[in-house]
Design a protein. Structure first.
Length: 471
């Protein structure tokens, strides 16, 4: 860079000061969202007492404006797999910016996408090719398109209560009516019960099914596919010339104690796999659709079809650098083995509490994807309070637990779906035994309060009033 160019860059940089802008306007954050973005978000956050001001973050922790440390057990819904601001990922992004690469020319072949594809495919040896987009829902959209084109069939099956994204194609295989209502018509689709092979076979016999898309562990409710289901479903699909799509957007990259959640079951080799979230390193949005060679070659069958599926920002250098850094850290720090050990510890300690608390119905999941389910208590006093909440709105008790975890114990969690009495724990994959102890101690204190008729029920009555008012 010449002296003139350096001076010009310095002059241009001086015209915009991000730190100064945040210092000047940062306090307006909730007002700005209310005025210009989704107005229901700040309203919801104020209602449940989540309207915090967080100043900085590192690893599995962040700090509010008063300097209080908070433990993150949500990880940005799974995005922050390596926690916040991992030094290796930060350095990779600094490096790629400093290199001033000729990125996104669209008419060349940059090395970073190929290198990241090679590294991803090394963890999925039965797959051959990758398409890079910008999000999990884009990865799903790509898989749906590829499956329909490769098979020449229109219909995609999905499991009840599934969540695969909110764009139109992904919404077509979303099992939650609350997300679908008002957005029809969608793509040809049919829900089948999770684990029901007979229902799957009935649909396949109709001869128009392109694929079944399935989360090996559903994010909503944290429900696992039954043992043997994925392998049996795969065999049925292939017998009827249909494909298996594994949605690993949330479960992939070590979350469940395997690199992919489907690898827990021997012999499962999906035709298409969707990943995103943790691949970003928490910095640059990225999604990937992995698939078998014959599928990609059928979709991209000639030079005339070279851009038949593309994304303007797909394969950009920053996203590819972040993905490469994430996979490098996972290997160097043995993240998958760590998740298996810490996840087993957390799940075992929580499961031991089911005998102690009658409101605690179940603890399930694998690795660091754990569902804590609450259920109807036995004792008359607690049962009447539980009934009051259920009459107002199912899912209020789980929210009653989430709020004191944040307000009293500075631990961020959330319910696993609307109208569900389930809290989902998906912390950064780097949490340690100390973080496990902190969460279990806090959860125990909140459950003690609930069983003793403490302040948690006062908040519950407030939620009931609000639920009735919003009907």
């Amino acid at each position: 860079m010449t002296t003139a160019e350096s001076a010009s860059e310095s002059s241009q940089a001086g015209k915009f000061d991000l730190g100064a802008l945040l210092a000047e306007r940062g306090a307006e954050r909730y007002e700005l969202h209310n005025r210009y973005l989704n107005p229901q978000l700040p309203r919801m956050l104020h209602t449940i007492g989540f309207d915090k001001v967080y100043e900085r973050a590192e690893g599995a922790h962040f700090w509010d404006a008063e300097g209080n440390d908070h433990l993150d057990m949500l990880a940005g819904f799974g995005v922050m797999g390596l926690g916040r601001h991992h030094p290796v990922v930060r350095k990779a992004l600094h490096d790629v910016l400093d290199l001033s690469l000729a990125d996104l020319t669209r008419f060349d072949c940059q090395p970073l996408p190929g290198l990241l594809a090679e590294k991803l495919l090394a963890h999925s040896p039965h797959l051959d090719r990758v398409f890079f987009g910008n999000s999990g829902t884009e990865a799903v959209e790509g898989a749906l398109k590829f499956a329909r084109y490769a098979t020449g069939r229109p219909r995609v099956l999905y499991c009840e209560h599934a969540f695969h994204g909110l764009t139109t194609g992904a919404l077509s295989v979303n099992g939650e009516s609350g997300f679908r209502d008002g957005f029809a018509p969608l793509l040809p689709d049919t829900p089948v019960p999770l684990g029901d092979l007979d229902a799957l076979e009935r649909e396949l016999r109709k001869g128009d099914v392109a694929a079944l898309i399935v989360e090996p562990i559903q994010g909503k409710g944290v429900h696992e596919t039954p043992p043997g289901y994925l392998r049996a479903a795969q065999d049925l699909l292939h017998r009827h010339k249909a494909l298996l799509i594994a949605d690993e957007v949330q479960t992939g990259l070590g979350r469940t104690g395997d690199f992919y959640a489907y690898q827990y079951e021997e012999g499962v080799e999906p035709d298409l796999v969707c990943v995103a979230k943790a691949l970003s390193g928490g910095y640059v949005p990225v999604g990937a659709t992995l698939g078998k060679d014959w599928i990609f070659k059928k979709v991209f069958s000639s030079m005339d079809r070279v851009l038949v599926h593309s994304a303007s920002f797909g394969s950009n250098a920053q996203a590819m650098a972040a993905g490469l850094a994430v996979l490098s850290v996972m290997e160097d720090e043995q993240i998958v083995a760590h998740v298996r050990a810490v996840g087993d510890l957390l799940r075992t300690r929580l499961a031991a509490l089911t005998d102690r608390y009658e409101l605690l119905a179940d603890v399930r999941g694998r690795g660091l994807m754990i569902g804590i389910e609450f259920g109807r208590p036995r004792s008359l006093k607690l049962r009447s309070r539980w009934a009051m909440l259920q009459a107002a709105r199912k899912g209020l008790f789980a929210q009653m637990v989430v709020v004191p975890l944040l307000q009293r114990h500075r631990i961020l969690t959330q319910v696993s779906g609307d109208h569900l009495e389930v809290i989902k724990l998906i912390p950064p994959l780097i949490v340690d035994e100390g973080d496990v102890n902190r969460f279990v101690d806090a959860f125990t204190a909140v459950m003690d309060d609930a069983h003793e008729g403490g302040l948690i029920w006062d908040f519950g009555r407030t939620l009931v009033k609000q639920a009735v008012a919003h009907r």
